[in-house]
Design a protein around this ligand. Sequence first.
Ligand SMILES: NC(=O)c1ccc[n+]([C@@H]2O[C@H](COP(=O)([O-])OP(=O)(O)OC[C@H]3O[C@@H](n4cnc5c(N)ncnc54)[C@H](O)[C@@H]3O)[C@@H](O)[C@H]2O)c1
Length: 460
Amino acid sequence: MANQSAVNRTVESTKNKIKQRQARVGIIGLGYVGLPLALLFTEQKFLVTGFDIDQRKVDTLAQGGSYIYRIGADEIKAAKAQGFSATSDYAQLEEMDAVIICVPTPLNQYHEPDLSYITDTTHALAPHLQPGQLVILESTTYPGTTEEVLLPILEKENKQGLKAARSTSSRTPSANPRAEKEFFVAFSPEREDPGNTTVARCDIPKVVGGVNPQAAELAGALYGSIFHRIVPVSSPAAAEMTKLLENIYRCVNIALVNELKLLCLRMGIDIWEVIAAASTKPFGFHPFYPGPGLGGHCIPVDPFYLSWKAKEFDFRTRFIELAGEINNNMPYHVLASIGGALNQHKKSVNGARVLVLGVAYKRDIDDLRESPALTVIELLQHEGAQVSYHDPYFPFIGKGRKYDLQMKRTELDKLGEYDCIVIITDHSDYDYKKIVSEAQLVVDTRNATKGIDSPKVVRC
Ligand SMILES: NC(=O)c1ccc[n+]([C@@H]2O[C@H](COP(=O)([O-])OP(=O)(O)OC[C@H]3O[C@@H](n4cnc5c(N)ncnc54)[C@H](O)[C@@H]3O)[C@@H](O)[C@H]2O)c1
């Protein structure tokens, strides 16, 4: 029992530190997820240190600047005044009571999980691990990652022989004879919806799964200080699977409306009118909307983490595969629609001047990752079109993981000179009436021109 008391003392002491705002929080990965989280903890009076390997980000933050559009430099300056700092020096992790990992989880070229960011981070963290420290993974990943990948590296590579707390109940003795040499591990998925201003971040319930009850308790206490509702689940794997279920649900439903849109186009029915009508049902229906294809770091990527893992269990995730096939085909449908629309004007894609409006993966955000606009641009260029683009958030499109476009934003004038304007992202900044009135031809993939009755508009 003595060992278990040692663990409980550690848990109680860390909980007290959290309550008194004396717990130090380290956030690894200061991107779209990690930086807002760091600011949220800072707002709640925690002393936060952010860690990133991207020195430009660290330097920008050190100078009180921001590299994320929706986070103003004033917010960074205010956080700095509260003690927030950023560093690339992992040794500072030793001073943290809790470490939250928010690094990328992309797919590799074979469409398989690329866990290298998580493993690199864990290898770098392990030598600095301290007894009693709480380590939480937030990156979206397949069920099992926390316990099968992160935890073994931490146990093997830390310098003090520390083991993860694994006791199944706070009343049963710890399996580890040196309980005071334990650390705590949990998984808690990020659920942010970029650009969504209807739900405050602190109002999004936070799902938490600990390796053991004390890890869950500590993670719940930490997040409970910034989120209004904590949803404990029985294990990290259950929490990992929860996040994937949410994103697969979205991916599959978007594929469903994308497929029905293709049918509606053939039948001469307006899918948008149908979705609006179906949405009036007060129960059992949630609207999803068709578009030019999936984008962002989550929906096109995360489901395939599960389909990869499922193979280990000799299981095929057919919904995921089918949804992927339909959604991946949408940029090709857009290309065909542009070709068809130009054909009506006795023109071909080859040689046409095409303006792509909006390249972010969704409206009013500054995120290009996996954006279908990039695929549409590449397809148009491949067919010989002269492509220009405009997006209020991107003055330049350089090189990403899957593209290398090197394009500069064009001015939003002389719209009549383009053979075709393609609306890929329906940013609210655009005056669609004016665009339609000046354009020769508009192909609209988002219903942005709703209510504008013009023969120049082709909705696809
Ligand atoms: N962006 C979203 O809306 C969103 C929503 C929910 C979940 N997620 C998940 O959250 C995770 C992070 O996504 P993101 O959008 O913040 O990614 P991001 O690319 O914006 O940020 C990740 C940051 O991690 C840094 N990094 C990479 N390796 C590192 C290392 N070894 N040590 C320190 N820093 C390192 C990068 O430099 C980058 O700044 C992903 O798993 C993603 O699926 C993202």
